[in-house]
Every structure is written in C-alpha cells, then in structure tokens.
Design a protein around this ligand. Structure first.
Ligand code: NAD
Length: 422
C-alpha cells in the first residue's frame, strides 16, 4: 500500500459524504512529520546514527495515538500510512483519540540491551516536547515491548518532571497497564467476526469454517476467542507453514505444542488434532487459498494481491493485519463479491484497550477485567453494525463505509474557523 492510495480512499470517501476539497486535504495530509537522527553510543565506544520518525496525522478528535516500531525497513512512507490508519481507526470505533505512528530504522536483534535502552532514551529526548498524556500517546508495536516503553516513559518523566503513566499505553500491569491489552486485538477481531457472520452468512458459528494466516499475538488470541465462540478453525499457518484438518483444529493443543518449541506444521505428524492421516500441512501462502467461509490474514501487509486474489475461495476476508489486501487485489475480490472487513475496523480492539488503559491512568479509576472485556466486545460489535448499516444504506463496500464514517467524524471535529488552522 502507498500513501497516495490512502489519500485516494480518503478523497473518494470524503466526496461521497459531500466534504469540500479543503476539508478532504486537511484530513488526508499528516499535521506534523518529525524525522530525527539519533546519535547513540554503542558498546564498542563508537557512535552510530539511527533514523527515527514520528508522524502525527490528525488530532481533531483527541490526542494523537499510535505505536512505535523498531525495524530495519522502517521508513517515512510506511510511518505516514500507519499514522493515517490510526486516525481512521480511532474514529471508526469512536474513541477520543487521533492518529500517529513512530518508528526507528534499526534491527533490534543487532543491538545489546544497553544499546537499545540508549537508543530509546535518545528517541524520547528528541520528541518529548510533542508527546504527552494529552498530546500524543505512543505504545509498543513491531519489535517494541513494555520494557522499551518503560525506558521511553522514564526518560520523558525525567525531562518533564511529570508523573505521567498515561504518556504510554501497552505498559506492564505493574506499571499501570491493563490485563485485557494483550488479547484485545484478537478478542476485538473475534467480536467483529461474530457480528458480521450474523448478517452475511446467517449461519451458526459451529457451521462456519475459518482459515488464519499468522499465529503471533493477534492470530493466537483470535483463534482462542473464535474457538470459544464455537467457530470451526480449519487451517492455521505462520511464517514457517501450518496445518489443516477438515474436522477443525484444536487451538489449545496447537498452542501447547508451539510453546514446547515445535512448529505448527509438526502438529500433524505429532497427531495433535487426531490421527495424522486426517491432517495435512499447508504453506504460509497456501493457507490463504483454502476453501473456507472466512479467511483471516493476521500476519503482515500485502498478502493478497493481484497475483493470488483470483485463487481466494473464502466468502469473507477479515483484515486483522494492517493492509493485508492490496488495492489491485481488492478490485479482483470485489468482482468475486468477496466481502472485506477492513483493518481500520477489524484490528481496532488493540487501540480500544489502549484507550481503557489511558483512561485509567489519567482518571485514576480502575476497571475490572470482566468489565473491560464486556466493553470491548460491545463496542466492537456496535462499530461493526454501524459499518454494515452504512455499507447497505449507501451501497458501498465495507471499507468505503468504514472510511466514510471515520472521515465524517474527523471532519466534524476539524476547526471551522480558518484562523484556528495553524
Ligand atoms: P507477531 O509478530 O506477534 O506475529 C506475526 C505472525 O505472522 C507470526 O505468527 C509470524 O510467523 C507470521 N508471519 C510473519 N510473516 C509471515 C508470512 N510471510 N507468511 C505467513 N505468516 C507470517 O505480530 P502481531 O502482533 O500478531 O501482529 C500481526 C499483524 O496485526 C501485524 O500486521 C500488525 O501490524 C497487526 N496489528 C497488531 C496489533 C496488536 O495489538 N498486536 C494491533 C493492530 C494491528
């Protein structure tokens, strides 16, 4: 996906709801782009420069919100795309946040823990003045974790002299994090699947078959909650490949097997799902082409493109990864009448839990775990119904409907007085 594709989608959805070109361009372009060069002392005594970015896309509806990723392929274009998706995501589930994203171009596996800590503190020092509980709230993302977030927060609090637990979400529970965060994206996705199947497939969960690509934080919790709701998961694969079984896979046994250091594909020969003769291995790409009711790409972006969209046999695709379906792939899927539940709705459970964590931190009020679960499920189902209703009323795809809802909400919060536009 490119930023111009998001721009086009914002433009076409904005036009459909009657927005002026001025308003559309206020929403399409990021409000602030920060690029920094971070000088870090390595353990060898030498200094190395790393590139870091923070893109603050839109804060019309509340503080900017978005993760920080550490990856060797981080670049400004990608950070801009992800920041825009965050603005749309927080608006489509109607929480009082805007959207942002950050990242450092680094392979964290090549750094010692002390080097990683110095890099993180250097990043915090570079952007601390535009970050804050009520300004911009980062969180962990690809290759970052609660420990890295704790280093970031520590440096921020040292510089500002503030006690600011809500400056970061995705914290460890002992540092002000919340229990539901870890499973929230998967749980939210399961709630979306449950709601969407009621109207599109009109079948009971036990009669609905599912294939999942990706068995990390998202795929794993998603599989757990889908199984709990009664859906039949026929195939799962991660980057190393996976398995399929026509009677359905046993999620808990699969997880136990993986935790013992084995691959998903080895569950077959180990008879984890019953006699191995009834079980087949599948490739990481092949899993996308399985004949199931629902396909869930929950791994990485651009997995369904014009190269393989023709081979997709599912009736519904639920985008748990960010932009797993390319624009060219989507055109082919649309012609085949395959419904696509867009990422900005499907994987919004994570930021919803982050909102609960932030609210606890800034208000100082605790929310029980069961209440957080209930809130998350209720809010994700409600957002799903809103997107479905708009799609039906306006005769547009689910993605267009989600964009229309998000853009309408953002546009209503934009400054009306041009003198207030900086
Ligand atoms: P993760 O790193 O925990 O897991 C990624 C999974 O994808 C692993 O099972 C890995 O083996 C698999 N994978 C990687 N490359 C693959 C390939 N080429 N083919 C098949 N499988 C492959 O990541 P995660 O936190 O589970 O996130 C998954 C996706 O969901 C990402 O796109 C992420 O941006 C998105 N997302 C995550 C969250 C969250 O809260 N974790 C929130 C919103 C969106």
């Amino acid at each position: 996906m490119s930023y111009s594709e998001i721009n086009d989608l914002i433009g076409s959805s904005g036009k459909k709801i009657g927005l002026s070109d001025e308003k559309i361009s206020q929403i399409a372009e990021p409000q602030r782009i920060i690029a920094v060069n971070l000088a870090v002392k390595m353990d060898s005594g030498k200094t190395k420069i790393f590139k870091g970015y923070r893109v603050q896309h839109n804060n019309a509806r509340g503080p900017y919100k978005g993760g920080i990723r550490y990856h060797s392929e981080v670049n400004l274009e990608e950070v801009k795309i992800l920041a825009a998706l965050m603005s749309l995501k927080t608006a489509v589930i109607d929480i009082p946040f805007g959207g942002s994203k950050g990242g450092i171009e680094v392979d964290p596996r090549e750094l010692s823990s002390n080097e990683l800590k110095r890099l993180t503190k250097s990043f915090a020092r570079s952007i601390y003045d535009v970050i804050g509980e009520h300004k911009d709230v980062p969180a962990p993302d690809v290759n970052t974790n609660p420990t890295i977030m704790k280093w970031f927060r520590g440096e921020y609090e040292k510089i500002t002299g503030l006690d600011a637990p809500g400056v970061i979400t995705g914290k460890a529970i002992c540092d002000g994090g919340i229990k539901v965060r870890d499973e929230a994206t998967g749980l939210g996705g399961a709630a979306v699947v449950y709601e969407i199947t009621k109207t599109i497939l009109k079948q009971k969960p036990e009669d609905i078959t599912i294939a999942i690509q990706g068995f990390g934080n998202v795929g794993n919790h998603l599989a757990h909650h889908l199984e709990h709701m009664g859906f039949k998961i026929l195939a799962i694969a991660d980057v190393t490949g996976g398995v399929e079984h026509e009677d359905g896979l046993d999620y808990h046994k699969t997880l136990k097997h993986i935790k013992s250091g084995k691959k998903i594909s080895e569950t077959c020969e180990c008879s984890v799902h019953g006699p191995s003769k009834d079980c087949c291995t599948v490739g990481a790409q092949e899993v996308l082409e399985k004949k199931v009711d629902i396909l869930i790409p929950a791994a990485i972006g651009d997995q369904i493109t014009k190269a393989n969209a023709d081979k997709i046999k599912a009736k519904i695709i639920v985008e748990m990864a960010n932009h797993p379906v390319s624009s060219a792939g989507e055109k082919i899927l649309d012609k085949k009448s395959i419904a696509i539940v867009p990422d900005i709705l499907a994987n919004a459970g994570g930021v919803l839990a982050s909102y609960l964590e932030w609210r606890e931190n800034v208000e100082g009020k605790k929310l029980e775990y069961k209440d957080a679960i209930e809130y998350l499920i209720r809010k994700m189902k409600k957002s799903t119904r809103e997107v479905q209703n708009t799609a039906k009323q306006k005769n547009v795809t689910l993605r267009e409907a989600a964009y229309m809802i998000a853009i309408e909400r953002i546009s209503k919060s934009l400054p009306i007085d041009p003198n207030r536009i900086e």
